[in-house]
Design a protein around this ligand. Structure first.
Ligand SMILES: [Zn+2]
Length: 311
């Protein structure tokens, strides 16, 4: 797998990448250090709940950072969840859904909840990355309060980077579900599929979850075959994107094909076909009938990259 460092670090990389906090990996396991952070007046917290992430009402949109509120962080039933350090100050996560009504109201007084998809389009890359990190970590905690091994209630350890089962001792780590998503090209055309329920004219690159016992490259070839009947080859890694809806990691690939007539085979797509470079280029400028996926998606990033390359 080869990665292009210039694309990964590019300011024009996919939304939700570019989180700038220091995750404090070597410090977060020290309870005394965490206790000091909870007492430090410089410590801040950011919050999210079912309605989205809380954004400060300011000229330049950013996540609302509030001084630590013991009701919402230190006394949280699961224990404090540290996101990391920002300019040396600790930033904790608050799950608005877990708060009592009064504490939730105090929080929401200072900002407005914005759905993560919208946040990804209005925030800077670094703030969007922080929003994805916050939501992804809270999603995992909400869904893993009980041990998958024995069913007992688990407790937070590592200041939020793991949960331990006091009954059987198993340690559970935050999980991400790998999804491959791929540009498939043949003779200057791009393979795109359409799901039912999408806006009229919307097509996107094919994608699917990686199966157990499968490499990413094998997943690319299998998903293209299953969804379109097309044989792809030569998958090459391009870039990746955290996609916490609720816990995916999107892994973008380029692949080629010898062509053929695509058919929507597995029931997930209602149509799949080749689009010429001109058709995709027209869609990019809003012309024609094809509509591309939204700009925050890695699909958009991959299609844009494909259409922009010299042909
Ligand atoms: Zn257990």
């Amino acid at each position: 797998m080869t990665a292009s460092g210039s694309e990964i670090s590019s300011p024009s990389g996919p939304a939700f990448t570019g989180m700038a906090l220091d995750r404090a990996s070597t410090l977060r396991g020290d309870p005394a250090w965490i206790a000091q952070r909870l007492e430090d007046p410089a410590t801040r917290a950011v919050a999210a709940g079912r309605d989205g992430v809380l954004i400060a009402t300011a000229a330049q949109p950013r996540l609302l950072r509030r001084p630590l509120d013991r009701d919402s962080v230190a006394e949280a039933p699961d224990g404090p969840i540290l996101l990391g350090l920002e300019g040396g100050a600790a930033v904790f996560a608050v799950d608005l859904d877990a708060l009592e009504a009064a504490a939730r109201a105090r929080w929401q007084d200072g900002g407005r909840p914005v759905a993560l998809r919208e946040a990804g389009s209005v925030l800077s890359r670094a703030e969007g990355g922080l929003a994805a990190y916050l939501v992804g970590l809270l999603n995992w905690h909400r869904a893993h309060r009980f041990c998958a091994n024995c069913g007992a209630a688990t407790v937070v350890i590592e200041a939020g980077y793991a949960r331990r089962c006091p009954h059987c001792g198993v340690v559970h780590f935050p999980r991400t579900d790998p999804v491959v998503i791929m540009v498939v090209e043949h003779a200057g055309s791009l393979l795109l599929g359409r799901r039912s329920g999408w806006p009229e004219g919307r097509y996107s690159v094919l994608a699917g979850f990686v199966s157990p016992g499968e490499s990413l490259e094998e997943a690319v070839i299998r998903e293209v075959r299953e969804e379109s009947g097309i044989e792809a080859f030569g998958p090459t890694f391009v870039t990746s994107q955290p996609w916490p809806f609720p816990s995916s990691l999107m892994l973008g690939f380029d692949a080629r094909s010898a062509g053929g007539e695509p058919r929507a085979l597995d029931g997930e797509l209602e149509d799949v076909r080749w689009f010429t470079h001109d058709e995709v280029a027209a869609a990019r400028s809003g012309a024609g009938e094809l509509e591309l996926p939204p700009p925050i998606s890695i699909a958009h990033f991959l299609i844009e990259r494909w259409v922009s390359r010299a042909r």
